[in-house]
Design a protein around this ligand. Structure first.
Ligand code: BMA
Length: 820
């Protein structure tokens, strides 16, 4: 490990934001200008693009730390790459390196303009993402300021750009900014002020439009990053420029025909309107239509409606397990009287989504389920959190591995949870490709939020940008305003005196209903919107958007956590319409923990084990749950005892989640005492942000916990469930299939060159058999199983090259009988 840089003294530079730093010009321009990268594609005379990716100069406020930093990237990653700090995830480094986010850093570089500036009517500097509070300068001229990590910023630099330029992005610590904004909000406080001490986090995350969990969470560290986290470039153009291009599909019932809505947003720099022709061509569907259009000066959109040829059989896009994810190649050509021609290649998908909330015979309340392409679908999956504290480390491969693991475990949906980030384009591309439906939260979680003018303006720009960027993805089936903020007010999490409640309800409605919802409904009519999760849906609307009890099992969705009752007892679970969050913790495997700890940390009660646990009393809760069904590990060898405990927490988590999920699945087709008709099970949580105990089924790095293997079984399309109720054994056959099936059991394994076959033998029955190959990346065909037969064959699918020798060396086999 490289030696760490000494924490420099307090930040010297003194520009402080006025109360609520006005993003003024930048935000205004964001609404007026916008992206070109996605719109891409040009012919002669088209826009010139100069990427500013690559190596920048990076320095802290008093100049004591200067280094090169990659863009896109952040300060922490740059310091780590240069060997100035250790792995930020190692041991206690999250708190040791707090100084990094308290300092104010500046990114700068020079660059040459690769084109003749005089030839262009407009030159923009585009940031796809700035994290978060910064002043942007070119050639010592301030272009504007940024204050929202989720916005796209575009600055008009036509009159500022020279042949050789000096660009600076002067960041202000997100932590200081948030504190300052909270201090300035004088009329009333906006809770929570700080996270619970067990999270070792920073305060006032709700005062900054930044990944909320970067100030810490109950499963994650505090790393409030600074950096240019997405693409940055210069764009020059004449006449007009395509900035957003999106497709949404509709099925027109009256005509029994699919139609596509194509929206193109342009910036027209000519002083006069520009006329032209747009041709849309989908060869496979024998559909071609030409439209004459007229672009007005300034920013504006054109919306074209393409009716798909009725005689072509359109294959719809289906979720994983329900059919194919068909998409059709489509070309859109813009031939305008002035300027260049644009040819845009895209994929057109056809699917409908309805959120059905209607009376159910024999049950008070309303249903809450998704109908995809006219078919009710039981939503099976989990909740997605950011895959890393440092977004620049999240590659396509990281996303693919995690999302493919979700699909391989028979999931058909994920909820992108509101305390993280709107994910990168590639995330949604993969979901489109493999049929993972996305419940997309807006990024607000577990807090109340301000609604002053500048804040709202920033949120409005964020919402328009994100909806425009994402709405073409068929995988997204729902927009949802926030995580648990309706519940936070309804259940008074923050002890707000009754007399003051109205103020917060007003703020809530202002933010999620009058702003976010309004924008979403204007921008995207192709999918439903709910204001919060959990919510009572239409019932919440009726009660003024905040229900008395948003956890009501007769309406909407519920979140349910119970660590004190026996989790193997299905009667403790709510017979809800839709379980959108529920979960139990476990520890990640030893090979994962080992990478960020040292020998002295390897016990369940070490300082390290306490430090990594961010959920109050979490480690004890796991032991208490374990004790109900297992003997706690007693080995005198401390490492063996630690490993046995880790193994048991995973067994316990897997078994609890199996019980709970099977309960939700068999509650699909029944109403008992007015409750039931459950149509969704999204457990908390799919993935981990670092190596620590959490609710996740995939460890940081992608390794499957026993829960993930169990999920593969409890989410199987055909599921037999047996449970006992007052002396009667009930057996359910749960099916997600579209046709009736006879159930026959076969346990068959096929052999391929790139997989490894494990043959297991036992002389006695072995419960919860776990195979572990340490740090070798890959997954087994099955794990955590009950071995009743003498011999069992398990296949290992490696994610990177390995060998029989390596696997043999790393293999550990554990079952309940091995725990001492
Ligand atoms: C829910 C989530 C997260 C949290 C999880 C586990 O409330 O929305 O905020 O991490 O429970 O406590």
């Amino acid at each position: 490990m490289a030696g760490s840089a000494a924490p420099p003294g307090p930040p010297a530079r003194s520009w402080r934001p006025p109360c609520r730093l006005s993003a003024g010009r930048a935000v205004l321009l964001l609404l007026l200008v916008a992206t070109a990268r996605r719109a891409g594609a040009s012919a002669a005379g088209g826009p010139e693009v100069r990427s500013l990716r690559g190596s920048w100069r990076l320095g802290n406020a008093n100049g004591s730390v200067v280094l090169r930093g990659e863009v896109p990237g952040c300060v922490h990653t740059a310091l780590h790459r240069r060997g100035l700090i250790q792995d930020p995830y190692y041991r206690f480094n999250d708190v040791m390196y707090r100084w990094i986010s308290l300092d104010n850093w500046t990114y700068s570089r020079t660059f040459k303009t690769p084109f003749d500036i005089r030839k262009w009517q407009k030159v923009n500097l585009i940031f796809e993402g700035v994290d978060t509070v910064a002043q942007i300068l070119i050639n010592n001229v301030t272009l504007g300021r940024t204050d929202n990590m989720f916005n796209r910023y575009s600055f008009d630099i036509t009159s500022v750009i020279k042949e050789v330029n000096f660009i600076e992005v002067r960041f202000l610590s997100a932590v200081s900014y948030a504190a300052e904004q909270s201090r300035c909000h004088k009329v009333y406080s906006i809770p929570p002020a700080c996270p619970p001490p067990v999270q070792k986090g920073e305060c006032h995350a709700n005062f900054i439009r930044k990944e909320q969990c970067s100030f810490s969470w109950d499963w994650g560290p505090s790393f409030p990053t600074q950096g240019i986290w997405k693409d940055v470039r210069i764009e020059a153009y004449n006449h007009y420029h395509l900035i957003y291009f999106s497709l949404t599909s509709f099925f027109v019932k009256s005509a029994q025909q699919w139609s596509l809505e194509i929206e193109s947003i342009f910036d027209v720099v000519s002083s006069k309107p520009i006329a032209g022709l747009v041709t849309v061509n989908i060869p496979k569907l024998q559909t071609q239509q030409t439209f004459s259009v007229r672009l007005q000066p300034g920013e504006g959109s054109i919306v074209l409606l393409v009716n798909i040829n009725k005689s072509s059989a359109v294959e719809a896009w289906w979720p994983n397990g329900h059919g194919k994810q068909t998409g059709y190649n489509m070309t859109t050509t813009f031939i305008m009287e002035a300027g260049y021609q644009i040819e845009k290649f895209s994929k057109a998908y056809f699917r409908t989504v309805e959120l059905v909330q209607e009376p159910i015979p024999g049950s008070p309340g309303l249903s809450f389920y998704f109908r995809i392409n006219g078919r009710p679908i039981f939503i099976k999956g989990s909740n997605w959190i950011p895959a890393d504290s440092f977004q620049d480390r999240v590659t396509y491969d990281t996303l693919w591995l995690l999302l493919k693991s979700a699909a391989d475990a028979n999931m058909n949906a994920l909820r992108v949870w509101g305390g993280g980030v709107y994910e990168q384009d590639e995330f949604y591309d993969i979901c489109d490709e493999i049929g993972i439906m996305i419940w997309q939260d807006f990024m607000f979680a577990c807090a109340l939020y301000p609604t002053d003018k500048n804040y709202l303006e920033s949120v409005r720009a964020e919402v328009s940008h994100q909806v425009r960027r994402l709405k073409s993805h068929p995988s997204i089936i729902l927009w949802s305003g926030n995580n648990e903020n309706e519940a936070a007010i309804a259940s008074n999490w923050f002890s707000i005196p009754y007399a003051d409640k109205e103020v917060y309800i007003k703020d809530y409605v202002m933010l999620y209903v009058k702003n976010i919802r309004e924008i979403v409904l204007t921008e995207d009519k192709s999918r439903p919107f709910i204001a919060s999760s959990p919510t009572n849906g239409l019932e919440s609307v009726k009660e003024g958007w905040i229900s008395q009890n948003p956890y009501d099992t007769h309406y909407g969705d519920t979140h349910f956590y119970d660590y004190s009752n026996d989790c193997w007892n299905w009667t403790v679970y709510p017979k809800t319409r839709f379980a959108s969050e529920y979960g139990f913790q476990s520890w990640p495997s030893f090979s994962t923990i080992e990478k960020v700890s040292s020998a002295e940390d390897w016990s369940y009660t070490s300082n390290f084990s306490l430090h990594r646990q961010h959920h109050e009393n979490g480690n004890d809760q796991m032991l208490q749950q374990l004790e109900r069904h297992f003997k706690l590990p007693q080995s005198t060898d401390p490492i063996k005892k630690f490993k046995d405990t880790i193994y048991l927490t995973q067994v316990m988590q897997a078994q609890c989640m199996k019980t709970e999920t099977e309960f939700y699945r068999f509650s699909q087709s029944e109403i008992i005492k007015g409750e039931g008709h459950t149509m969704g099970a999204l457990y908390w949580q799919l993935n981990d942000i670092w190596q620590a105990p959490s609710w996740a089924s995939l460890e940081y790095g992608g390794k499957w916990k026993l829960l993930h293997y169990f999920a593969q079984n409890f989410f199987a399309p055909l599921l037999p469930v047996a449970y006992e109720d007052k002396g009667v054994l009930y057996i359910y056959g749960v099916s997600d299939l579209h046709v009736d099936h006879k159930l026959t059991l076969r346990a068959s394994v096929s052999q391929r060159d790139d997989v490894y076959i494990f043959v297991l033998q036992t002389t006695a029955i072995a419960p919860f058999v776990s195979l572990d190959v340490g740090s070798i990346k890959g997954r087994f065909s099955d794990n955590g199983f009950l071995m009743t037969e003498k011999k069992k064959v398990v296949v290992f699918y490696p994610w990177e090259p390995t060998s029989v020798e390596e696997l043999e060396k790393s293999l550990t086999l554990t079952s309940l009988v091995d725990v001492v």
